[in-house]
Write a protein that binds this ligand. Structure first.
Ligand SMILES: [Zn+2]
Length: 218
């Protein structure tokens, strides 16, 4: 790059021509380098302007979707409460297809003496029976606690489209806490995951359960 070069009559003598000094960003707006002359930016700068009306639309759509997720998570919480009756850990799940609940389940490990009787497993079996299909391709699983390895594996086998959960399970969670089975590129199906819906309510239910359990043991 030559110095003392006049380009278009705008670069003063003694300064290096910088093509980024005056040009256009990818969105067509006029750009002026403020980082000094004579230096090439390491990476090109991209600015995307989102019109205000579109921003409002996106925000309202997000709010609308969140409300839908919360309303189905409340259904999962109702299921979780049912587990308390048999002294089971309060985890509940519902499976939703086209805005309708097609499967429900709550943890029944103690009740049935069955280590596989997790809320998600029961909800998946119930949903598959409802639509008479082993694959739940467009369905969403709502569950109060992050699925374990067994339930995440079953979700992949069921080809679920989406999993929405409330609170992470740091001891057994298989979305992000211990493993990432729902989004493992080596598997032939990956699932969109939305964590943290009604997280406080889902967490409170678990905390209360284990506190009661500890108090009863004293
Ligand atoms: Zn499980």
């Amino acid at each position: 790059m030559a110095t003392d070069q006049k380009v278009g009559g705008s670069t003063p003598p003694g300064r290096t021509y910088n093509p980024f000094e005056q040009g256009y960003f990818f969105d067509g707006s006029l750009a002026r380098s403020s980082s000094g002359l004579g230096r090439w930016p390491l990476t090109p700068v991209t600015r995307v302007r989102i019109p205000y009306a579109l921003q409002v639309y996106i925000a309202s759509k997000d709010t609308h979707l969140r409300k839908i997720h919360e309303s189905f998570m409340k259904e999962a919480l109702k299921e979780a409460r049912k587990a308390l009756g048999s002294g089971d850990v309060p985890v509940g799940a519902v499976i939703v297809l086209e805005n309708k609940v097609i499967g429900r389940g709550h943890n029944q490990v103690e009740l049935l003496n069955d280590p596989t009787a997790h809320a998600e497993m029961i909800a998946i079996t119930s949903a598959a029976a409802t639509i008479s299909d082993k694959w739940l391709r467009d369905a969403t699983l709502y569950v109060t606690v992050e699925p374990c390895a067994m339930c995440a594996g079953a979700s992949v086998l069921a080809r679920l489209k989406q999993v929405v959960y409330g609170v992470p399970d740091i001891k057994t969670g298989a979305h992000s806490s211990l493993f990432n089975l729902l989004n493992d590129p080596r598997l032939n199906h990956r699932i969109k995951v939305i964590p943290g819906i009604l997280k406080a309510e889902c967490a409170d239910m678990m905390v209360e359960f284990f506190q009661t359990l500890r108090n009863n043991k004293k």
